[in-house]
Design a protein around this ligand. Structure first.
Ligand SMILES: *Cc1c(COP(=O)(O)O)cnc(C)c1O
Length: 431
């Protein structure tokens, strides 16, 4: 498989190079040259296949010749060695729980797949690769955990001081080894802007082999398709589901749409956003107007200019009517998110995290207009990652999952820096 840049000013590359580079030299996102079609047989027999078989079959064409079959099988099975249960909340809405991985958020799958591919490719490189990544909360933990101890790769995470939850902070600051956390005295937008500038800086590119580990990287973006296959594997209704995805950078939902283009039956996609409504506004007006991000209680979706939306437009060839037939996007307020967490907990006994609650609200509202359409939400994080919101709202304490208890024993180690590019560059060049 070859990948082209969405800016069309850079040469095509194979999967290997797309993973190693992250972004094309013309700053475009890489996009697969063909969208593979899966056989009807495969799609109809999902429920009798293992997760590993599904994972390898779906990823095979995207990886191409760059990783041999046996190695790909091993990478896939290590990536997905935990559960992805589809849990019924009520007669119309189920929850595909994507938080059973090591850092309790869905980003584990992308980070684990990418780290193992990079580790595989790195064996033939003679220079260490440095991953520079900005996080609003969950990416940092997933990337730190996924890359911990991978030979030839070091990870530098920029996170906004005081703006991630306590568990999120422990997950990114207690790893040690090849993982370094930079605590930036600013916002997520500041962290993101610093990382973007670093990729364009010749001095840094001379000193480091830099790559990204956010969903811009195809190694992180593409394996997210697997959730949708695992969801359909457990879907036992005749009509295909409406799938509602809490969205920030739009990598996850874009992967879902790819899965659908490859043959997975899905009735309709919904991208549920918080107050950061750049895409919902675009869907209504046709006007794409990126803006500064607004802080909300679903902080992993606080994105004002979603990087992967360009990939969604590419899938539909820029045709707005085609796009609108398959995808709706709505914005949900914090007030409504909170009342949804309370409503679902009190009526169904199901505890949503703020991100899942945004999706639940959007899907239930959709069903009020389309009462015959059942579906599921992607529950992207464990509620324990957001104790402040949930404990004050419901007056309950969420018990820590078993492994999370170990986190409290770790010591936070971070390097505090002002939110300026100069400060970070100086630190990077001075180590
Ligand atoms: C990252 C994240 C999202 C948003 O996913 P995108 O692929 O960026 O749209 C949603 N929920 C949680 C919990 C996340 O960590």
């Amino acid at each position: 498989m070859q990948y082209y840049s969405l800016q069309h000013q850079a040469p095509n590359v194979s999967f290997r190079e797309a993973v190693l580079k992250g972004q094309a030299p013309d700053k475009g996102l890489y996009f697969p040259e063909e969208l593979p079609k899966l056989s009807k047989d495969f799609v109809e027999s999902l429920s009798s296949l293992s997760k590993e078989e599904i994972g390898t079959t779906v990823m095979r064409p995207y990886v191409g010749e760059d990783i041999p079959e046996q190695d790909l099988k091993k990478i896939v099975s290590e990536t997905i060695n935990f559960d992805f249960p589809l849990v019924k909340i009520n007669d119309h809405i189920s929850s595909l729980e994507l938080f059973h991985g090591p850092t309790y958020a869905f980003k584990d799958v992308g980070a684990r797949f990418m780290s193992r591919c990079l580790g595989y490719f790195q064996k033939e490189e003679n220079k260490k690769t440095t991953i520079l990544v900005a996080t609003s909360g969950d990416t940092g933990g997933a990337v730190a955990n996924g890359f911990l101890g991978v030979d030839g790769v070091e990870v530098i995470i920029l996170y906004p001081s005081g703006k991630v939850s306590p568990i999120q902070e422990l997950q990114l600051t207690t790893c040690g080894q090849n993982i370094t956390a930079l605590e930036i005295e600013g916002s997520f937008d500041d962290c993101q802007a610093i990382v973007k500038q670093a990729f364009m800086d010749q001095d840094l590119n001379d000193a480091y082999n830099l790559t990204s580990a956010n969903s811009i990287n195809v190694g992180r973006w593409l394996p997210q398709q697997l959730y949708y296959f695992f969801g359909l594997q457990q879907w036992d209704q005749r009509q295909p589901p409406v799938i509602c995805v809490p969205s920030g950078n739009f990598g996850n939902i874009c992967a879902g749409i790819l899965a659908h283009i490859s043959g997975l039956p899905v009735e309709h996609f919904m991208a549920a956003c918080n107050a950061n409504d750049t895409v919902p506004v675009y869907m209504q007006t046709g006007n794409y107007q990126p803006k500064a991000s607004t802080p909300t209680i679903s902080n992993a979706m606080d994105v004002g200019n979603p990087s992967n939306f360009g990939r969604i437009l590419e899938i539909f060839g820029g045709k707005a009517t085609k796009l609108k037939a398959q995808l709706s996007s709505v914005s949900v307020t914090d007030v409504s998110t909170k009342s949804t967490i309370k409503q679902v907990y009190e009526t169904a006994g199901y505890l949503l995290d703020p991100h899942g609650a945004v999706a639940y609200r959007a899907l239930e509202d959709f069903q009020a207009r389309h009462p015959d359409k059942n579906g599921f939400i992607l529950e992207t994080a464990h509620p324990v990652k957001f104790p402040d919101v949930i404990e004050s709202l419901l007056g309950i304490q969420i018990p820590l999952p078993e492994n999370a208890e170990q986190l409290n024993a770790g010591n936070k180690v971070s390097i505090q820096l002002p939110a300026t590019y100069e400060a970070v560059k100086k630190w990077l060049l001075g180590r």
